[in-house]
Ligand binder design. Structure first.
Ligand SMILES: [Fe+2]
Length: 313
């Protein structure tokens, strides 16, 4: 056997034994997938369909060629109350993404609980930018991404209670964001579980901070389980506006699917992949409901949202 063939076979064997390393060779650093409101129930009983729908998304992502470089989750990984079993159940799909070489970032929603989340995903206690919260900064290559944590309280609620529906950042997180964001040098996306209209920084809508921060490319969130786009306007005389995108749920209720984010030199294009729509569960009792569900799904096909990337400072 000649040396080149031997080294090829050795490489092939190593790649087969280490799928993560092999997959990295064909991942696309300019492609990310955005997932939200997974709501996997890890305890046997009612409402077990969410896990299968999440795994359908995972399977489709793993068939992408090339694979996305990043997968970002926008909160509500847990079913309702943030039980450890929920995080264990969803961790299988998350691990499959990681094993394929995809960098995964997880954020907090109002149905999450930091203490149980950290039992299953302990690395976030070291990587978070704000102690006691789950705040991540991710390098997407052509832009940065900041995942904020608006889950109120510090797990000071009963084990069968949800977190407050509304999001709010703790003071340390607000102070940090008001300090770093106006000075950010590269194009940067900001995200959290909650819609842009619901959250404040320094007592004012977060959009006002974005207008003082020239590198902000846009805002992305979950919570509403719907694909929709909004625009924040500062004033009649200011032509710069902030686009915000709401993501579908991977499988709980509402628009069901995920979003790809394709970054290039001057823009990032978000594209919706929607499988279905349902409310409040996949089973309807009225045929007219399912007709409407199909209409909504059809209307949403091929939807995109383009974010222009500001030049680096
Ligand atoms: Fe949710």
């Amino acid at each position: 056997m000649d040396i080149s063939r031997r080294s090829f076979l050795a490489g092939f064997t190593a790649a087969a034994a280490a799928p993560a390393a092999f997959a990295k060779l064909r991942s696309d650093p300019d492609l990310a997938v955005l997932l939200s409101d997974v709501h996997v129930n890890g305890v046997e009983g009612k409402n077990m369909y969410q896990r299968g729908k999440f795994m359908r998304v995972v399977a489709e992502i793993l068939k992408m060629d090339p694979l996305p470089g990043h997968a970002i989750f926008f909160g509500d990984l847990a079913w309702l109350h943030g039980r450890k079993e929920d995080y264990v159940s969803s961790s299988e799909g998350i691990k499959m993404l990681q094993d394929a070489g995809i960098h995964v970032t997880l954020g907090m929603g109002n149905h999450d609980r930091r203490s149980t989340f950290l039992e299953v995903h302990p690395s976030y206690s070291k990587t978070t930018k704000i102690p006691g919260r789950i705040v991540s900064v991710v390098d997407l290559g052509r832009a940065d991404f900041i995942m904020l944590d608006g889950l109120q309280g510090a797990d000071d609620r009963g084990l069968t209670e949800m977190g407050p529906g509304g999001g709010a950042f703790d003071k340390a997180q607000q102070d940090w964001l008001m300090d770093v964001l106006p000075k950010w040098k590269r194009p940067v996306f900001v995200g959290s579980h909650w819609p842009i209209r619901e959250i404040k920084v320094g007592g004012k809508p977060i959009a006002q901070l974005f207008f003082r921060s020239p590198s902000v490319a846009g805002y992305i969130h979950g919570h509403d389980h719907r694909w929709y786009k909004t625009i924040s306007i500062r004033s009649w005389g200011d032509s710069r506006q902030i686009r915000a995108l709401s993501l579908p749920s991977t499988g709980h209720w509402g628009d069901i699917g995920y979003v790809t984010l394709r970054l290039s030199k001057d823009r990032a294009v978000a594209s919706l992949r929607q499988y279905e729509y349902f409310f409040p569960s996949p089973i309807a009792t009225d045929e007219k409901c399912t007709d409407m569900w199909r209409d909504i799904t059809a209307e949403n096909q091929n939807q995109t949202c383009t974010f222009r990337l500001p030049p680096s400072a």
